[in-house]
Design a protein around this ligand. Sequence first.
Ligand SMILES: [Zn+2]
Length: 246
Amino acid sequence: MLIKECQFCGNTGAHPAAHIFPKSLLGVGPVAFKVYRMAGREPARRSQTGVYDRQLWCNDCELASAKLESYVAPYLQSLDNYKVPWRDPQGHPIEENGRALLWSVREIDAGILHRFVLSLLWRASASQREEVRGFSLGPYQARLREALRSSEANLLDPFPYIFRHEDETNLRAGYVTPFRSRYEGVRFVTLCAGGLAFDVKMSKSPVPEFCRSLICRSEGPVLVLRHSIAETGVGRLMARRFRTGR
Ligand SMILES: [Zn+2]
C-alpha cells in the first residue's frame, strides 16, 4: 500500500488497486481477456484478473466505485435479459428488417449507470497504466472529475452518451482502450467493453440532431442501440487479432 495523494479526491491514505478495466463487466469466466489498442500495431495485452492501478486513488474512492460496479455488472453482463424493444410515441417498435434496433433497459438506475461509465472513462484518462498510455480526455479530465465528485446528477448532464450493444458475435472477451470518435463533427470518446460500446460526448457542441432520440443521461430511460461491431473499425481490428492470436 502506498501513502500518497488521491488523484480523485485529494485525500492522503492507502491506495488500493483501482479497477481500470474491470473483468466483472465482461462475464467471461476464468479466462484471460485482452485489451486492444485502436492505434498502433502493438499486440493486445492479456489480463487474467482485470487491469488495476495502484497509483490512482484512495480507499474511499475505490469503495464508492466498487459499489457502482457491483450494481451495474449484473445488468451489463446479462443485458439481453433486461432489454425490451423501445416503442415510439405511436407504440411502434423501432425495427430494421423485422429485428429490434432500439431497446430500453428495464429496472436499471440510469443515474448509476451514467456515473459508472463516466467514472471508467476518467480512470482510463487519469491512469498511467501501460494499457491506457496515450489516452487522455485533455481538459475534460478535470471537468469530469469535478462533476463526478459531486453527488448532483445534473452536473453529469454535459456528458451524455450513446449506448450500443453487439448481440451477435463472440468478440466479447476484451476491452478497447478508449478512443476519440465523432458524430456529425461533434467530439465523442468511445469505450468498448466486450459487446458494449459507450460513446460519451466530450464537446461543448450540442448533441447532433440525428442521435438526440438515442442519447442517455442520468435521468432515464437507458436506451440501447443494436449495432454490428463486425462492421466497425473496432470489430475489424478485434477479428483480425483474434484470428492471428495477437
Ligand atoms: Zn480518494
